[in-house]
Design a protein around this ligand. Sequence first.
Ligand SMILES: Cc1cc2nc3c(=O)[nH]c(=O)nc-3n(C[C@H](O)[C@H](O)[C@H](O)COP(=O)(O)OP(=O)(O)OC[C@H]3O[C@@H](n4cnc5c(N)ncnc54)[C@H](O)[C@@H]3O)c2cc1C
Length: 395
Amino acid sequence: MTKRAIISGGSIGGLFAAAALMRAGWQVDVFERTDVELAGRGAGIVTHKALIEALQAVGASTEDLGVSVQERVAFDKAGQPVARIDYPQIVTSWDRIHQLLRVLIPDDRHHLGAHVAGYADHGDRVEAVLTDGRRVEADVLIGADGFRSSVRGQMLPDVQPEYSGYVVWRALAHEADLPAEVRDAVFPHFGFYAPTGTQIIGYPIAGPNNDLRPGHRRYNFVWYAPVKAADLADMLTDASGHLHHISIPPPLVRDAVITAVEAQAREMLPGPFVQILAQSERPFFTPIYDHASPVMAQGRVALSGDAACVARPHVGMGVTKAACDALALARHLADGPVEEGLLAYSAERVPASKSAHDRARTLGRFIFDDSVPNPDGRSNPRLDEIMRTTAINVA
Ligand SMILES: Cc1cc2nc3c(=O)[nH]c(=O)nc-3n(C[C@H](O)[C@H](O)[C@H](O)COP(=O)(O)OP(=O)(O)OC[C@H]3O[C@@H](n4cnc5c(N)ncnc54)[C@H](O)[C@@H]3O)c2cc1C
């Protein structure tokens, strides 16, 4: 008899798990709480060999995946290059990966506006319980519902995301809007600015509708900036005075918060990055949290992607880690009892996730290393290590 899986969460991790399980012969239903397709959101994603192989393994196209960058270049406060290394890599967008996976899932198996509140594991089957009262039965439930996962909340209530003390501001600028000197010197590269206490990385990605033509692409601006927990509360408060827990939807960020960060950017960042920000669509921020679950399965229920473990974005592993989780799930569930397969899955993926999580924390600590005066990004004692180990596959 065909086995049935329910996946809570229809972002990249959920779609990857769905596509991998479908190829292993499972009938899969994806429940996504958002009631519209997730297309058109998100910014840049770095790819790794493992991600490209995982896309191919689930039958997704990898043609026109993104923009090829050849070099990593670090700049100083004056906007001058201070270090270069060769590191060819394809950089793409969240949208592109989402779109490549979404077409693999039949519409009648992809349920929008379906919010999983919890589950009941009956031993021989599991029931997902939806907030609208529906109870849906399956052989396995996968919690791919992100870092504030309801499934993890029930399975491992003690595992809570921890605030790191800094946020990431992201913005996208259209290539055509950038001054010629920024287009020439900064745009084509995977760029860094690494003085003590803050950090920029940035790279080109496709334009809207995956437009890869020169002149039509966008620059993905990523800025790590320290924010004390008390100040974070103000940034997370919307214009009506409502304080959002953990993160705030970008359209609700108050204009005053955006104005303040633009002023801070003019003071702290090299000219080319200030110009990129000035030409960007409205920037948005995400507080950096992380967590690592000690197990990724219990009974007939598994966790994958960010629900299981969030590695800070320095390692650029969010999507690749979710992809590797999906392939491992499908492999361990290909035959044999579900519970045994999930135990083997957890044993394989917990150490891999933890390694990405720990490496990302180390890279985060490097931002605030003040052992050597480095006010302008020229004297970072770890610059070479940062450039060689940021956004590489570590799991
Ligand atoms: C809209 C969006 C844009 C993103 N953009 C970027 C980006 O630009 N760069 C980057 O590096 N990373 C981005 N990410 C994060 C990146 O997708 C993840 O790190 C990685 O893909 C692993 O994600 P995930 O699928 O495990 O979790 P997530 O991407 O967090 O997805 C979890 C999904 O589960 C849904 N969900 C949550 N709770 C429930 C519930 N109880 N029931 C049903 N559904 C639920 C959420 O709506 C969401 O779609 C983005 C995530 C989202 C959702």
